[in-house]
Design a protein around this ligand. Sequence first.
Ligand code: GRF
Length: 200
Amino acid sequence: MLTVAVLISGTGSNLRALLDEAADPEFPARIVVVGADREAEGFSHAEEYGIPTFMVPFAQFATREAWGAELAEQLAVWKPDLVVLSGLMRLLPAALVDEWAPRIVNTHPAYLPEFPGAHGVRDALAAGVAQTGASVIIVDNGVDTGPILAQERVPVLPGDDEHALHDRIKPVERRLLIDVVRRVAAGDLDLAAVAAAPAS
Ligand code: GRF
């Protein structure tokens, strides 16, 4: 059984979907802990499922590195097989990424490498594209530059604002994330092999 830590910052709707899926005894992964960089609304989903939570408040650390060191200590307590960034709105420091790579994955509300960064939905709208998408990647030391594990297109519709478009992207993100976690857990997706493969 693959053990998973999920890190969030916000509402945790993608976390919720993963928790619901993992409640199925047939699902080959278990969420063992949920962490956040702030008092995140999404903690309530973990609490509902009786899953432990931890918080490492970014604002209380002098540097990103110090924050990351404490996050690394928390993860070391739980020793998950996989770390899922599900709406964690912070860049991880290189030391943490290097320690865990390639076992950190991230969901992103755009079709990478298009529109990386914190405003993927807003940037797609501003660019006036007809379609954007959702991606799940392995985290590396760039901003949304890691190897792509899964992605799917989502059309931009007339009248879309950021909220409406993001609301249509999120269900796709969830489906892709659940599928990636399932495939990693089942041994059908080898993160080390993907990370080692030359970029295409
Ligand atoms: C997702 O779209 C994620 O990719 C982005 O923030 C959103 C998180 O939503 N970085 P939620 O907290 O899972 O509802």
